[in-house]
Design a binder for this molecule. Structure first.
Ligand SMILES: Cc1cc2nc3c(=O)[nH]c(=O)nc-3n(C[C@H](O)[C@H](O)[C@H](O)COP(=O)(O)O)c2cc1C
Length: 363
């Protein structure tokens, strides 16, 4: 009988348990998107997770609109990540870099150019910029001749991640960012070979994944999808028709693992709308046979059962990892789970507060 505390092999490496830290943007990097010493301590504290998936990390200036989020497109950023991956490895942990192009969810005051997306569109709500909260701007549709450049940015970022000491990468293809905008028909209205049929809409993800595999090998590549619900204004009229074939495509090209962020009918995130779209993980499990990691709103019992019953190979936790650096110990010994303070989720101005000051259980 498999438990959360058993090791799991993800392609090129083995994680010591199946309690993973999901990617969490915390906005404690510099304005130049270089990781800071504070981040070294934050990740070190969480190194007992079987796997740490890093916060969303920009593959290019065009793709990074979160203020104070880190990047991995230049040498200074690679150098900034090195002490982080070393700190995690020194404590016996594993860490992969989540590669992020935010598509239309950026602002020109941060990226220096108009946002880009598969089709002309404007995201709902507001974005935080260095000059305060602003409405999203209209994104322009990417020309087909620009896509090879974006694919090359992903491949370079993956190579940089390995140089920085990461064990692998996760392609962020979830949550309404660029690759998810291409997958779902809520944002993708293209009429060329990147729009229309599911095969066309998954083409960019396939090409990005193949380009990354060429430079770092399939056994170091994972992907994150959010197959149901409406996320940051993006959704799909028939999620099963796009996400089950996408998962099959990813299995066929041999990625090492897949993570799904799935919303229940009622997500516990304050801003999320309820969804009637069912979770697709049971169907995806049938076509994606490499390790499957499930996420969102897992309870202790729910996580244990999902792994025991073989519905998932591992569970990733987001908010619990914000407030419980020693989550593995807490789950193992049935100790209380601390509550995170959402006011301190993001922001360089908070610094250590709500970031590296959550207490550990005494040894
Ligand atoms: C503060 C915060 C930042 C997040 N940043 C990211 C991110 O950078 N990339 C990503 O894919 N998901 C991100 N997420 C989503 C989480 O990885 C996770 O899917 C979500 O919190 C649900 O899991 P949970 O119920 O265990 O918290 C973020 C969530 C929170 C609360």
């Amino acid at each position: 009988m498999t438990t959360l505390f058993d090791p799991l092999t993800l392609g090129a490496f083995t994680t010591s348990n199946r309690i993973y830290m999901s990617p969490l943007t915390r906005a404690r990097a510099g304005r130049d998107a270089v990781p800071t010493p504070l981040m070294v301590e934050y990740y070190r504290q969480r190194a007992t997770a079987g796997l740490i998936i890093s916060e969303g990390t920009g593959i290019s200036r065009q793709g990074l609109g979160w203020i104070n989020a880190p990047g991995i497109w230049n040498e200074a950023q690679i150098e900034g990540w090195k002490p982080i991956t070393k700190a995690v490895h020194d404590k016996g942990g594993k860490i992969v870099c989540q590669l992020w192009h935010m598509g239309r969810l950026v602002h020109s005051s941060t990226t220096g150019e108009q946002p880009v997306a598969p089709s002309i569109s404007t995201a709902p709500d507001y974005i935080h910029t260095y000059e305060g909260k602003k409405p999203y701007e209209e994104a322009r549709a990417l020309r087909i001749d620009e896509l090879p450049g974006i694919i090359a940015d992903y491949a370079k970022a993956a190579q940089n991640a390995i140089k920085a000491g990461f064990d692998g990468i996760q392609i962020h293809s979830a949550n309404g960012y660029l690759l998810d905008e291409f997958l779902r028909d809520g944002c993708n209205h293209r009429t060329d070979q990147y729009g229309g049929s599911p095969e066309n809409r998954m083409r960019l993800l396939r090409e990005v994944t193949e380009a990354i595999i060429k430079v770092i090998g399939a056994d170091r590549v994972g992907v994150r999808l959010s197959p149901n619900g409406r996320v940051q204004g993006n959704d799909d009229s028939n999620p099963e028709a796009i996400f089950v074939p996408t998962a099959k495509m990813l299995q066929d090209i041999g990625i090492a693992w897949l993570e799904l962020r799935e919303s229940g009918a009622h997500s516990s995130f304050a801003g999320d709308e309820p969804t009637t779209q069912p979770k697709l993980s049971p169907k995806i499990r049938k076509v994606f046979t490499n390790p499957l990691v499930l996420n969102q709103d897992y309870t202790v019992a729910g996580a244990k059962e999902a792994v025991m019953e073989g519905r998932a190979d591992a569970i990733s936790f987001g908010r619990w990892y914000i407030a419980n650096p020693d989550l593995v110990r807490r789950l193992k010994d049935n100790l209380p789970i601390q509550k995170d303070d959402s006011k301190l989720w993001y922001g360089a101005e908070h610094g250590a507060k709500g970031y590296i000051d959550y207490p550990f259980i005494a040894p």
